[in-house]
Design a protein around this ligand. Structure first.
Ligand code: 13P
Ligand code: SF4
Length: 305
């Protein structure tokens, strides 16, 4: 079946089956096309609560589907491909957070939303790349443990110097692969271009960029910019911009490095099979875990909104 026919089938089946499809902007363009909503991690978690449908298919990675389940427990939440996981999220255990808090009871634990439900259950507040500065600034406490992204942590520490921030030693292997030399080389090839990067990139990359922001913020900036924009985040963002705003000029920074295999593992066929119920993983969560994890997400929505 060709792409268009499969897309039409998904659209009609999802309607009949009271299902909505949410997609992170890093997903393949043919998936974004049939999604009811596409956005960054923060927007997905907010948007998921607005739908009445009894089933939500989350095209992204596991922590995104878990976040939707935490906020909408009455709904059936499906992750189309079980292996779609975030290596950064999987690199920290809840026990490590418990151990830190036991040793440092005066610290408030702030977690990037790219964490497992078990880790979310141990922290005080979650943040996304678009809400992190506002949330950390607004916290009453001055001593903060920021996890699990060290690059995002360094970005926050720079913007909120008045707080004492202990930064976890973790990273997104996709964004962390970009070097300052990659940016210098791209600028030499495109001297009139501006550079927009995600704060998951290394501090020395962020330092020489013209703009730093979450996926949605980069999209907004690139759409508004008249000339060429070098995009320093996962390549799905350039695909998205080229489709939604074809008059713009976008240059992908290091496409070889900025491809997240976990975000790209979901294919249109997987989405179709999830819609008709023959594959995909139904997210199940123990109620005590869900309630504990929800506290930190509720705090994110409360302070970051
Ligand atoms: P945002 O959606 O918060 O920009 O995060 C990027 C990312 O790496 C998601 O996995
Ligand atoms: Fe995780 Fe990075 Fe992939 Fe996002 S881009 S899912 S943070 S590995």
């Amino acid at each position: 079946m060709d792409k268009k026919a499969l897309q039409s089938l998904i659209l009609s089946e999802k309607k009949q089956r009271d299902t909505v499809i949410l997609a992170h902007t890093y997903q393949a363009p043919e998936i974004i096309d049939i999604a009811d909503f596409a956005g960054d991690s923060y927007a997905l978690s907010v948007e998921a609560q607005k739908y009445d449908a009894k089933r939500i298919i989350v095209c992204g990675v596991r922590f995104m589907a878990e976040t939707v389940k935490i906020l909408s427990p009455e709904k059936t939440v499906i992750l189309p491909v079980s292996q779609a996981s975030c290596p950064m999220a999987d690199n920290i255990t809840p026990q490590q957070v418990i151990d830190f808090k036991e040793k440092h009871p005066d610290y408030v634990a702030v977690a990037y939303v790219n964490t497992t439900a078990q880790v979310k259950a141990q922290v005080d507040v979650c943040v996304t790349s678009s809400s992190v500065i506002k949330i950390v600034k607004g916290l009453e406490q001055d001593k903060i443990l920021f996890l699990p992204d060290g690059n995002l942590g360094a970005y926050v520490a720079k913007h909120v110097p008045e707080k004492e921030i202990v930064i976890w030693d973790g990273c997104c292997p996709v964004h962390d692969g970009v070097t300052a030399q990659d940016v210098i080389d791209a600028k030499a090839k495109h001297p009139n271009a501006v550079v927009a990067v995600h704060p998951e990139c290394k501090p020395e990359v962020v330092e020489i960029a013209d703009m730093v922001g979450s996926t949605s913020e980069i999209i907004k900036y690139a759409k508004a910019h008249e000339g060429e924009v070098i995009i320093g985040t996962e390549r799905g963002v350039v695909d998205y911009l080229e489709e939604k705003n074809p008059q713009g000029k976008y240059i992908q920074l290091r496409a070889d490095k900025l491809t997240c295999k976990d975000m790209k593992i979901t294919r249109l066929q997987d989405v179709y099979q999830s819609v008709i119920g023959i594959s995909g993983e139904k997210i199940e969560m123990d109620e005590d875990l869900r309630i504990a994890a929800k506290r930190s997400i509720d705090n994110m929505l409360k302070y970051g909104g």
